[in-house]
Design a binder for this molecule. Structure first.
Ligand code: FUB
Length: 353
């Protein structure tokens, strides 16, 4: 005890980041039982949930231990395969269906299998995922299966016209599928100018519009983009585009789209301010108007989510780093009920309360 008191840093000696991590960890530990990790046999993150064949399936990243250094490019997220999870509606327990796709079986991808998503059409299942190609550039690929749990077989090449990360696929009422994607920093949106990759990072000035996420309709066979990607415009309450310096509200990564009572909700992570926020529009392309926070910061740096309806109840799927006692690159997926109020606004969730 005496030794511990001698070596431990006092709160005054901790950096702000260390202090925040300690406080978050203490809060997470004191609330064990609130939302538990869905699986504990592996580390999982970036959960994209869908109801397929009457059951909730979750398509997460599979976090692993790594020697790669931690940096703003996200080299510490060195994932090499994907597992699919499903949730038993009676018991709420999740099943890990094992490896659904490995980087060794993706001809164009070298490393870093980041946040994926899946879609279904005519009894087949399509798995969309970002990875770095052999030039170090993030692209988005697709793999196909007859089973929602996989295994999936990857196409030979990435989807033409795609770059950056975090695909999310939304099926509209008419059966059309739209893919949303993009991310800054490690997500490389800041490296694309006029359709060309440039290794130099260029960001807008703080008072200029922030980098926009992208959307494109998918082709009938679900394997290509059916159109040139369009920028998603997100406006504030005054009708101005969110600016790059508006770190509390501007797009960073983790796109998701859901429809509620005829309105389209585009949600995303604010990255360095660690929130999941949302904006509402009248159609899948937007424009969207910023509304507020869905999920306050969780334990760990990243915040990434999905939203799905199961048996008349809406759920938020998210992750935090509680399973690894706060290690940002070793996360665990969780779920929580989500509520739209009588005006269609989403009640903010605090994972610690
Ligand atoms: O899991 C790797 C990356 O971290 C994801 O692609 C981002 O959304 C963030 O969660």
């Amino acid at each position: 005890m005496a030794k511990k008191e001698k070596t431990a840093k006092t709160n005054n000696e901790l950096s702000d980041a260390e202090l925040k991590q300690q406080q978050d960890l203490a809060r997470a530990n004191s609330l064990q039982g609130k939302n538990q990790p869905l699986v504990t046999n592996i580390y999982t993150a970036d959960p994209s949930a869908h109801v397929f064949e009457g059951k909730i399936f979750i398509y997460p990243s599979h976090d692993i231990e790594t020697d790669a250094c931690t940096n703003d490019d996200g080299d510490q997220f060195a994932m090499r395969d994907y597992h699919v999870l499903s949730v038993d509606s009676d018991t709420g327990t999740a099943t890990d269906h094992g490896v659904a796709l490995s980087v060794d079986d993706i001809p164009w991808a070298e490393k870093q299998l980041w946040a994926p998503d899946a879609a279904s059409k005519n009894g087949r299942y399509y798995f969309y995922f970002p990875a770095r190609d052999y030039n170090g550039i993030f692209r988005i690929g697709v793999a196909v299966s007859d089973n929602p749990a996989g295994p999936f077989k990857a196409e030979e090449n990435y989807i033409k016209g795609t770059y950056s990360i975090d695909p999310a696929v939304f099926e509209d009422k008419d059966g059309s599928h739209y893919m949303y994607w993009g991310g800054i920093w490690g997500g490389q949106l800041q490296n694309w100018r006029n359709g060309q990759y440039d290794a130099d990072d260029v960001y807008p000035a703080d008072d200029e519009p922030a980098y926009a996420p992208l959307v494109a309709k998918l082709s009938d066979d679900m394997l290509q983009l059916a159109e040139t990607p369009k920028a998603i415009l997100i406006y504030d309450e005054n009708g101005d585009l969110l600016c790059a310096g508006d770190n509390d509200r501007r797009f960073f990564e983790a796109s998701w789209l859901h429809e509620y009572q005829g309105k389209y909700y585009f949600s995303y992570s604010t990255g360095d301010t660690h929130k999941i926020v949302y904006a509402i529009g009248d159609n899948p392309y937007g424009p969207f108007t910023y509304q507020g926070v869905i999920l306050n910061p969780v334990l760990g740096w990243t915040n990434h989510h999905s939203i799905a309806k199961y048996k008349d109840q809406w759920f938020l799927f998210y992750h935090d780093s509680s399973l690894s006692q706060g290690q940002t690159h070793l996360r665990c997926v969780k779920m929580s009920e989500l509520t739209h109020d009588e005006n269609g606004l989403i009640k903010t969730i605090d994972a610690y309360r």
